[in-house]
Design a protein around this ligand. Structure first.
Ligand code: NAP
Length: 419
């Protein structure tokens, strides 16, 4: 049985995409697939749904949710982790949102999150990191943080090319690397696990292109390419070089590189120009803390992007409030940065803000900026009064601890008041 026989809402219409013009056509009552997810997904996804629904209704529209399954719920219902119907429902409807999905460490099935991003070719994982008034932070100037991280989503460690120690395959790869590629003194004797880290010109350029386009459209000052090219010259170093190439070849009027900024403009960028610069990843991690306001849009290979965006998220209040979304061409799958936090699952206590703000990204993508602004303002007002879930309440004096569902109900009330 396919998804359209069981779960398509009768009253909704599909969002469509005009590929030639790169334009989405969004009805007033779009069908939006949603995966609640594992662990705390069961708590935060319904909470986010209620808030997004309220914002849509307050601006004269309606979201027709289509519940699709992955992870534990899919195993219970269909005996598989990621049914094809779930993937095709998201592919067909173009705009979707998901909660976290658990991935076993070391053994067991491969990440369903990675599988979804790859199957749907959602090549840009975008994580905006900005300060919300009232959020407790471990740093003294959290308001300096206003970054948007573009993390490549299909290659580097996400390519998943690796071989397990003790297998015939890994020994074949070792022989090839040692005997044919000349690395005969490099790998220690004994068991070894080997992974391959591909970074392509194609994958790099489409990610960096997207980051530059975003910076231009949103009046941002700079795009920083974050790499480890001093050590891995032909993968991370190539990422940097291809990144600069995209800027120079495709955006010659709209961008300048950092050398030109100093040589020709004495460090003062002209208006309406995006400065493209690069930083080595370890340096960038400390610059996040020490020179926060010098950075704006970051473009990164997969693993650097993972580390950087969690660290940036910590500076503005932690995983409970950090949103994200995965973009392809004419397609988005919004999802919070956090995982399924199994120890808090089903207790109605996790913070739904990250998932709510991921939904805000989804609303912006479909052009419902008024609804997105309502979500932002209502969440910020709620947090600034310190009526928050356990994770934030424990960090503020005099805060009121709310359950996930209570937090969402109060945000919905604020949306009604603000509209
Ligand atoms: P995690 O689920 O993000 O949780 C780590 C800790 O962060 C929690 O124990 C909690 O800290 C805090 N936290 C996360 N989300 C929160 C929320 N909404 N509200 C309040 N606090 C929150 O990371 P993990 O424990 O490393 O991963 C658990 C599973 O999730 C793994 O299977 C992993 O593979 C998966 N995962 C999935 C995704 C995804 O679906 N995209 C992303 C990351 C991880 P305290 O306990 O200290 O309060």
């Amino acid at each position: 049985m396919s998804y359209d026989e069981v779960s398509v809402p009768e009253n909704g219409e599909r969002i469509t995409y005009d590929e030639d013009d790169d334009v989405l056509h969004v009805p007033e009552n779009p069908i939006v697939p949603i995966i609640h997810g594992d662990g705390i997904g069961r708590d935060v996804a319904p909470a986010a749904q209620a808030v997004l629904e309220a914002a849509a209704e307050a601006t004269g529209r309606n979201i027709e949710w289509m519940r699709v399954l992955a992870g534990e719920a899919a195993r219970d219902e269909y005996g598989e982790n990621l049914p094809d119907d779930t993937v095709s429902a998201i592919r067909d409807h173009r705009v979707a949102i998901k909660g976290p999905l658990t991935t076993p460490v070391g053994a067991g099935f491969r990440s369903l999150n990675v599988a979804l991003r790859k199957k749907l070719d959602l090549y840009a994982n975008v994580r905006p990191t900005y300060y919300l008034e009232g959020v407790p932070s471990p740093v003294s100037n959290p308001e300096a943080m206003d970054m948007v991280n573009f993390r490549e989503n299909t290659e580097d460690v996400y390519a998943g090319i690796e071989w397990e120690a003790g297998t015939d395959e890994v020994e074949q790869v070792r022989d090839f690397v040692e005997d044919e590629m000349g690395f005969d003194e490099t790998i220690h004797d004994g068991d070894v696990g080997i992974g391959v880290k591909p970074i392509t010109e194609y994958g790099t350029k489409r990610l960096v292109r997207r980051a530059i386009e975003y910076a231009i459209e949103n009046d941002r000052d700079s795009v920083t390419l974050v790499h480890k090219g001093n050590i891995m010259k032909f993968t991370e170093g190539a990422f940097r070089d291809w990144g600069y190439e995209v800027a120079a070849e495709e955006f010659p009027e709209e961008t300048i590189d950092e050398d030109t900024l100093w040589e020709e403009y004495d460090g003062e960028a002209p208006d309406d120009v995006v400065v493209v610069k690069d930083r080595i990843a370890d340096n960038m991690l400390q610059q996040l803390l020490t020179r926060t306001s010098n950075y704006d849009v970051l473009a990164m290979p997969n693993l650097n992007g993972d580390y950087l965006s969690d660290a940036a998220g910590a500076q503005i209040g932690g995983l409970g409030i950090a949103p994200g979304a995965n973009f392809g061409d004419g397609r988005v799958l919004a999802e919070p940065v956090h995982g399924s936090a199994p120890k808090h699952a089903g207790k109605d206590k996790a913070n739904p803000t990250a998932m709510i703000l991921s939904g805000k990204l989804m609303l912006e993508y479909i052009g419902w900026d008024d609804a997105a602004d309502l979500v932002h303002d209502a969440v910020e007002a709620q947090i600034s009064e310190h009526r928050v879930t356990y994770d934030l309440e424990r960090q503020v004096e005099g805060g009121v601890k709310l359950a996930t569902s209570e937090f969402a109900e109060e945000v919905v009330d604020r949306i009604h008041d603000l509209a």
